[in-house]
Design a protein around this ligand. Structure first.
Ligand code: B12
Ligand code: SF4
Length: 499
């Protein structure tokens, strides 16, 4: 019998939707996919891979003996690690190593410095063609989306039209003995998703916005002129996926929609809410946008079980938002969106901020503090620094404005896992022009999420430099409060208290 095995590796995320979609597509076409989730995602303590973990992957690859290996490189965060896996595969085996995912899509030539060939864009259909070609010893060079190096020259095939009916992609593989997690020097057979409390899915592909620090707009450009890029699955397809998840995952307590922006399509929301409530009935989380938030939508979503909204605001400065980030919502629209979320009592509301970056002045940081005071409580804040992602528009802006040289930018973008984590997750790790002033404002911004100490925070903000020590102390105390609240809330969800 012909070899029909394909090995797919996803990095730092045991949920990774990309490889799960590809695996299901391959299986439906008669192939036997194996998925390795190489390392867990951990947003607090980044961990490099160990020699033992690499050895475990090598042993599994030997046993699998695949036609080819596909590495899913979703972000540039852990490139050292994926390069290590790539090099191990190439030096130990003869099959081709292929890269796909956001990184390979946006920076194909860089990816090709390492692997044998890449696939740009959505891979469900092309990977089947590639697998069939390799299986039959045929040429794969003309398959849509494929890129490779020939005689030292980069050749990139057209990605083809945008697949409009994304229901045809099926949905991600859930469960099965063809999955392995490699983490903490161990290999754990089975789908790690089966032990989880949350299930993640996407009801759409693409984002309509154009934020400069995000790859969404660059991904859309890959398909420019090839059809409508923001697409939605039918409600039926989403509900069928969730029914399968509900039936298979014993401890499932929360559904998380990973759509860049949750659908607001007229008609879709109504049908979704009604079917979700009757057929799924599990609290769910979404990512929202101030311009896509209104009473009608939020009211229906809350009724269907909406438990949490995470909404990007990023900056309270209209200048930073529009001129630097290309986010065109006004202060009033943001404040109104926060009122809508409060009016319909969305149980948990998070606002994302990116602060303390070199584009921002102290006055603009203060504007973020002022805006936070106007947001309707209760809410919590996710405060990040600005991470420069390769292939995004903000890179050129930063270089053109003389904030970094190209060499400095390269160092930032391709810094170690630890450095990139620090920049993204810790505002205090970002570059400060005026460290002490900015530090106090960053701390004061953090404190705005605790409504119960509002008056005190406002009083401290009258003289941030004179109150540095007290602000720091208060922040430390409230950080502990926030952690405790998060645990209590998680416990309530897991134990289904209050539902
Ligand atoms: C959901 C999501 C998350 C989730 C889950 C991540 C995950 N790994 O699934 C969470 C919140 C955990 C997360 C975390 C992070 N994310 Co994120 N995330 C997304 C988001 C919104 C959707 C990803 C998704 O599931 N898409 C749906 C699936 C089906 O698409 P896909 O994975 O791209 O796979 C398709 C194709 O790419 C291709 N393909 C994929 N792999 C392969 C492999 C082969 C061999 C082939 C042939 C094809 C192929 O076919 C697939 C099916 O069509 C994207 C935006 C986006 N549009 O992709 C950002 C995005 C990928 N994330 C991004 C970033 C930066 C991060 C973080 C680094 C943030 C941080 N600093 O911590 C971390 C890194 C996590 C990680 N392990 O990589 C960036 C990456 C940009 C870059 N240049 O690096 C993106 C593009 C958003 C952005 N800000 O620009 N993220
Ligand atoms: S709204 Fe979110 S996903 Fe869309 S471009 Fe902006 S940051 Fe990216």
């Amino acid at each position: 019998m012909m070899n029909n095995r394909v090995l797919l590796v996803g990095f730092y995320n045991e949920k990774a939707l990309g490889v799960r979609y590809l695996a299901r597509a391959l299986r439906h076409s008669g192939f036997e996919p194996t998925i390795v989730f190489f390392k867990r995602f951990n947003s607090e303590i980044p961990e490099e891979s160990t020699p033992r973990e690499l050895e475990l992957l090598k042993e599994l690859t030997e046993k699998t003996d695949p036609l080819f290996v596909g590495l899913s490189i979703m972000s540039s965060l852990y490139l050292e690690n994926s390069n290590r896996v790539n090099d191990m595969m190439k030096s130990s085996f003869n099959f081709p190593v292929m890269w796909g995912g956001v990184y390979a899509t946006l920076l194909p030539e860089k990816a090709l410095e390492k692997c044998d060939f890449i696939l740009r864009g959505e891979g469900e259909f092309s990977i089947i063609k590639i697998a069939k070609a390799i299986q039959n010893g045929e040429d794969w060079h003309d398959i849509p989306g494929v890129g490779y190096i020939q005689d030292g020259k980069y050749i990139q095939n057209d990605v083809g039209p945008v697949q409009q009916d994304i229901d045809l992609y099926g949905y991600p593989e859930i469960g099965g003995d063809n999955m392995f997690l490699i983490n903490e020097d161990r290999i754990i057979p089975g789908d790690p998703q089966m032990r989880a409390f949350t299930y993640e899915l996407s009801a759409s592909r693409g984002c309509p916005f154009q934020c400069t620090y995000c790859s969404a707009v660059n991904l859309r450009r890959v398909y420019e002129g090839k059809g409508k890029y923001v697409r939605f699955r039918t409600v039926n397809s989403v509900i069928e996926e969730l029914k399968e998840a509900k039936a298979k995952i014993p401890k499932l307590r929360v559904v998380h929609f990973w759509d860049e922006i949750f659908s607001t399509e007229p008609g879709w929301i109504e049908t979704f809410c009604q079917r979700y409530k009757t057929e799924i009935n599990i609290p769910f989380r979404i990512w929202g946008h101030p311009l896509m938030t209104n009473d009608n939508i939020i009211r229906q979503l809350v009724d269907a079980g909406l438990h949490q909204v995470v909404m990007g605001i990023q900056s309270g400065s209209p200048y930073v938002r529009s001129e630097i980030f290309h986010r065109y919502e006004t202060q009033e629209q943001i404040i109104e969106a926060s009122r809508v979320l409060a009016r319909w009592k969305v149980p948990v509301v998070y606002y994302d901020l990116m602060i303390c970056h070199p584009f921002e002045s102290v006055d603009q940081l203060k504007e973020t503090f002022d805006l936070c005071l106007e947001l309707e409580p209760p809410f919590r804040l996710n405060i990040h620094g600005l991470n420069f992602l390769p292939g995004t528009d903000i890179i050129k802006m930063a270089i053109d404005r003389g904030l970094y040289t190209e060499e400095e930018m390269d160092k930032l973008m391709y810094g170690s896992l630890q450095e990139q984590y620090d920049r993204h997750w810790g505002p205090h790790a970002s570059s400060f022009h005026d460290a002490s002033a900015k530090n106090s404002w960053a701390d004061l911004i953090y404190l705005t999420q605790f409504h119960e100490i509002r008056d005190k925070v406002i009083a401290l903000s009258k003289d941030p430099d004179g109150n540095t020590a007290e602000i720091k102390k208060l922040k430390k105390k409230m950080e502990r409060t926030k952690t405790i609240r998060r645990y209590v809330e998680k416990a309530k969800l897991v134990l289904r208290i209050g539902r």
